[in-house]
Design a binder for this molecule. Structure first.
Ligand code: ZN
Length: 242
């Protein structure tokens, strides 16, 4: 079973996430709508490549709706701007764009840090955290490093922190972040799905893969890292026969 097929299954998330977002809706001035459109046009490659104007409009509307319903909170010295909100919302919409009317219902707030932070989640080469999905009291919260968010869109190197964290959120919709979006996969396919992931992890551990070794951490990290490649470096996935 290929990864593309795996990602297609995510479409089932529509069933899980379509009910109305729970947080309050923010007003969006017309000026900001125009600015969001400009930022998408200039800064988001995925948006630039969308073929039809209807689909572009659909992407833009979902980005706006996400921004209206999620709180973005700066922590410490961080100072985010509208572009950062557009990049985060785009990262949320990209993995599920093929499904026209879904919404996340497991995210209310995004905490933005001005640097990479310490912990036990996704790390960069210096072992600093770039993003994480909250648990327990932090449920419905995502933490992102602003520099890592921006780097994800500036460099086309297969790394995209915000998208990685949204894939964890999709994974988490069934209650556990385990690499298996259980509501979405027919029971009979869970075993082949896991076999595919574990074979990929084995390839990395035996150094027979050029995928980021962080993917070998566990099944959920493999799912999230492979999704980053799917959007940033699909040709590398084809070469690796995923
Ligand atoms: Zn991760």
């Amino acid at each position: 079973m290929g990864v593309i097929l795996m990602l297609v299954f995510i479409g089932g998330i529509i069933f899980l996430l379509r009910s109305t977002m729970r947080s309050d809706k923010k007003e969006m001035p017309e000026m900001n709508v125009k600015e969001i459109e400009r930022l998408l046009d200039e800064e988001v490659d995925f948006y630039k490549k969308i073929q039809t104007s209807e689909r572009k409009e659909n992407f833009k509307q979902r980005v706006i709706r996400f921004i209206q319903h999620v709180r973005f909170t700066d922590v410490g010295k961080a100072k985010h701007n509208l572009l950062d909100e557009v990049l985060i919302a785009s990262s949320a919409i990209m993995p599920l764009f093929s499904y026209p009317d879904w919404e996340y219902k497991n995210i209310r707030e995004i905490l933005l840090y001005d640097d990479h932070f310490d912990g036990n989640y996704q790390t960069d080469e210096k072992n600093h955290i770039m993003g994480m999905v909250g648990d327990g009291a932090m449920n419905d919260t995502m933490i992102l490093s602003l520099p890592a968010l921006r780097e994800g869109f500036e460099r086309n190197d297969g790394s995209q922190t915000a998208l990685h964290e949204f894939v964890h959120l999709i994974d988490k919709a069934d209650g556990t972040v385990d690499g298996v979006p259980e509501y979405l996969i027919p029971k009979s396919l869970i075993e082949p799905w896991l076999r595919h992931i574990r074979a990929g992890i084995l390839d990395i551990n035996q150094q027979e893969s050029s995928i980021n070794p962080y993917a070998a951490t566990n099944e959920s990290e493999f799912f999230a890292v492979i999704s980053e490649y799917f959007f940033e470096k699909p040709e590398l996935l084809r070469r690796e026969s995923y």
